[in-house]
Design a protein around this ligand. Sequence first.
Ligand code: AGP
Length: 609
Amino acid sequence: MCGIVGYVGPQPAAPLIVEGLTRLEHRGYDSAGVAVLGATPGSAVRVAKRAGRVRDLQDQIPPRFAGRLGIGHTRWATHGPATDANAHPHTDTAGAVAVVHNGIIDNATALRALLAEDGVEFASDTDTEVLAHLIGASTAPTLEERVVEALRRIEGTYGLAVVHADFPDRIVVARNGSPLIVGVGEKEMHVASDLAALVRYTTTVAHLEDGELATLTAAGFSTFRADLSRTDTRAHVLDIDPAAYEAGEADSFMHKEMHEQPSAVERVLRGRLDERFGTAHLGGLNMDARETRAIRRVKILGCGSAYYVGQMGASLIEELARIPADAEAASEFRYRNPVIEPDTLYVAVSQSGETVDTLLAVEEVRRKGGRVIGLVNVVGSAIARACDGGMYLHAGPEVAVASTKALSTMFVGFALLALQLGRVRDLSIADGKRLIAALDALPAQIQQILDREDELAAAAQRLAGAESLFFIGRVRGYPVAREGAQKFKEITYRHAEAYQTSELKHGPLALISPTLPTVAVVPDDELTERNAAALHEIAARKGPLVVITHAGVDLGGVACERIDVPRSERELDPLLLAVPLQMLAYHAAVALGHDVDKPRNLAKSVTVE
Ligand code: AGP
């Protein structure tokens, strides 16, 4: 969703900011803009902004767009359509203030009405413009006070950056519910809503807390709260490889990230397996064995693909720990006034750690006294910080909107959790060791699937021609089918619907025809025969079939395109069954000519409800 970039230092600001904005393109956006400020007090704020891609903005920036301080933004429309006027930065009437903002101002309508009564004429439909006028109207002696004064009048969430013609040495930024990271350079300072825009310039960063503001000048930064009291947020050096944020030789980030799955799975396992006792060690859960044993139920909360992996995780926990477990879409959970039970363990799962629906679900549980742990990829993210404990997934930066390697690490994270919960209960040491051996084998098995990319690409090209598809599976295979359909629709824009194989006869079978292919997930398990029978029912109605299964599974000679994946232990099979579905979606999208990394209408991190 929306992205923020800012720079103050000795270099021309606009090119640096535009480059930073290109690094945020994957988050999803529909317009972009930049504002720069000359060094002389009172010199006008210069703004260039437009609907469309960052490269369209770049073409529009005049050659003499000079200034060594500036802010930029990519907008994902919420208040008002994607137009040039609604793009950020927004300015006050005098053109002295420029503001970029992520988040939503809930009382914008009321404030717009009040400002209009005072004669303010609005240039856009946005909530953000209100902030520019409020800051512009303030006569407080410092920019910091003017920003704080304006923020006192607004309700809502924000990450924002402000520049003002009368204070040409500084950017003031503020965070409340929307991330902001300050990057420290050599006699220059950066700010961004996402590390991806900073790592090329610096890996020395400070994460602002909610309710915190900061002033950035070329000489450094200082942080404070709305009462202007200083905070002592310090910068630290991140242990990250900036190359991880580049696609490099790969055709796309999604392609690169699918192929990074073996190493990502190795990282999430590293140091967490205890061969001797056949268990996992997840110290970050902050729970001792007694507390772990007292858990009577597990409720997993996530959105989209994280929710589907949560369903896979719930099965793992029920099977290995024999604790009743289920997953629920975090986006729905809060709205049904859920009963929060003291002996339930709540688990939030998120790649970005920013998904606002998941964050609000966590806050709902904690407000009612429940315990929440997080399975999160982005270190220090809002969800990670809001939880009582948890584990980081160590998948590395995931840039493509369609999640792949993060999902694999989520699955393994759930397997580790299930193992630890199981081993303080009735899971035997022998079963624990059996699972550890299977977990250790996963990276090489994922690699075997990735090595068959040509075969999967050929199958995908055949599927790409269909307007509509079914993805089917049962029990462990059903969340796999849901995730396969999700990936397919996200990047191919085809209608892909997941169904329980057992439910076909109760309605959807009516749709089967030669133009509607079915992708079936048929692991070698207790349901294989029943699954094979359903495949025959589809084939009898001339429905084209692609079957993801295991070598040796007898499908009764049904006409189909068969893709065999390596066998794991049954509990872990869903991960290996899901990987080919990513490949099918990816290659179908490429065959259709889509930009796989930036699917239309979607954002990498969904930071609005
Ligand atoms: C996955 O391919 C999707 N882009 C989407 O469903 C995603 O999983 C969901 O929005 C949750 O994101 P999160 O993991 O960052 O919380």
